[in-house]
Design a protein around this ligand. Structure first.
Ligand SMILES: Cc1cc2nc3c(=O)[nH]c(=O)nc-3n(C[C@H](O)[C@H](O)[C@H](O)COP(=O)(O)O)c2cc1C
Length: 169
């Protein structure tokens, strides 16, 4: 009897974890909407790969967005002198001043920038990467950078890149 209870516990636990891995929240940091467009294209790709996806603008968010753990994709541009966009500032600062334990969070980064800003290229995405790692979250894959001066479209690059990224989850 005990063995059956243990087995059922294990079955439902791993089922829940498996379901959580199929669920991805894309958090969007943007100033003029490009990252939102990219996030939508990335979401379409992920849905095509069989994932459940929510695209959420960072406006008004705080660290509580991570409280249930799960898989997140940060899709953010860079502004100012290597800062996160204005709509991402609240979330970034809340996390920075919290002592959240994000060890149940896995995340990827699609960082958008422009290489003409040599010293701060894609800094917004890199800042989120460093902060999430510091809080115990585990990065899936490398930080993916997109250069607005490359002549490629970030939404096309993002949609292609995320297919391989999703296989690492
Ligand atoms: C005023 C301004 C400042 C910027 N600063 C940076 C920067 O420091 N580093 C960087 O890599 N890109 C920088 N960029 C480029 C943007 O991150 C890039 O164009 C991005 O694709 C914009 O996406 P968004 O529309 O989603 O905000 C800057 C762009 C502008 C207009």
């Amino acid at each position: 009897m005990l063995v059956i209870i243990f087995y059922m516990h294990y079955f439902f636990q791993s089922g829940t974890a498996g379901a959580q891995m199929r669920n991805i929240t894309i958090l969007v940091g943007t100033m003029t909407g490009t990252a939102e467009l990219v996030a939508d294209e990335i979401a379409d790709s992920l849905v095509g790969e069989g994932f459940d996806v929510q695209v959420v603008a960072m406006d008004g968010l705080d660290g509580l967005i991570f409280s249930d753990g799960g898989v997140f994709l940060i899709c953010t541009s860079t502004y100012g002198q290597g800062d996160v966009p204005d709509n991402a500032l609240g979330l970034y600062e809340h996390l920075e001043h919290s002592r959240s334990d994000l060890s149940n969070v896995r995340y990827g980064i699609f960082a958008m920038g422009d290489s003409t800003y040599d010293a701060t290229f894609c800094q917004g995405g890199k800042m989120f990467d460093q902060l999430l790692t510091k809080l115990g979250a585990k990065r899936v894959g490398d930080v993916q950078e997109h250069d607005a001066s490359s002549g490629t479209m970030p939404e096309d690059e993002g949609a292609k890149w995320v297919v391989d990224w999703s296989k690492l989850i």
